[in-house]
Design a protein around this ligand. Sequence first.
Ligand SMILES: NC(=O)c1ccc[n+]([C@@H]2O[C@H](COP(=O)([O-])OP(=O)(O)OC[C@H]3O[C@@H](n4cnc5c(N)ncnc54)[C@H](OP(=O)(O)O)[C@@H]3O)[C@@H](O)[C@H]2O)c1
Length: 264
Amino acid sequence: MNKQGAGPERVFITGASSGLGAALAAEYAAQGATLGLLARRSEMLDQLIATLPNPERHRAYAVDVRDHAAIAAAAQAFMAHAGGIDVVIANAGISVGTLTEFAEDIPVFEAVIATNVVATAATFAPFIPAMKTQGTPARLVGIGSVAGIRGLPGAEAYSASKAAVISYCESLRLELKPHGIRVVTICPGYIDTPMTQVNPYPMPFLMAPDKFAAKAARTIAAGSSYKVIPWQMGIVAKVLRMLPNPLYDLAFAKAPHKSRKAAP
Ligand SMILES: NC(=O)c1ccc[n+]([C@@H]2O[C@H](COP(=O)([O-])OP(=O)(O)OC[C@H]3O[C@@H](n4cnc5c(N)ncnc54)[C@H](OP(=O)(O)O)[C@@H]3O)[C@@H](O)[C@H]2O)c1
């Protein structure tokens, strides 16, 4: 607990330069936390820190999450600065349309899996030994997506990556429970960020990032295993999970596609 008794003291967030990560940083800073913020665009991290309460306490790490050694170095530097770790949120992610029939989309597929899945594990890894020994409750948070519940057309890599995050976090949850480390999976529905602002289709139950961050922080504090935010998309996710394939195929055959792009 921080000095105000409201939330965790030391929070490390990847993908903090934009969208959900920046909103989570603002939420935890308002609770009095000390933050380690990681992304590639260091100027965006510096600008964000300048707007937060207690800017001198927070640290920015300009790192590509596909560079696992650099994440480990940032994790060690942050724990040395903050004196330990309470919450790690592996939020960095990319969403690009891919179609398997195009050979040039295969490197994009690889980049999506490397950024959304492998980097989630690489973000958690350097913190687990400290979490096991420091004797205070700790949380690892994976960011899935409703797009990971069923495969969406045109989002072959993205849906696969988010399904993998959900299953990976479940495996890790069982593995770390005996050590008092909670693993929390959060699946956002549609949240209004640069990632979704390019979507050329209607987004039901679209939520503001600060509202999402407040709800996510409460879910993390409670140590819940799994939560879809907003709740209306939680109902959609439950229905999607139960739909037999013929009905799902009928409903989603003409679903809108994300645009394809070169490997980021
Ligand atoms: N918005 C939604 O509706 C929604 C729904 C479901 C799931 N999500 C998930 O929520 C997470 C955040 O998305 P968002 O909507 O906030 O998107 P966003 O505004 O595009 O932000 C993505 C963040 O990830 C960082 N990032 C991407 N690739 C990176 C890399 N290789 N190394 C380091 N950082 C990297 C970006 O920072 P730099 O570019 O500075 O590196 C940025 O801070 C993602 O995992 C996304 O899949 C979002």
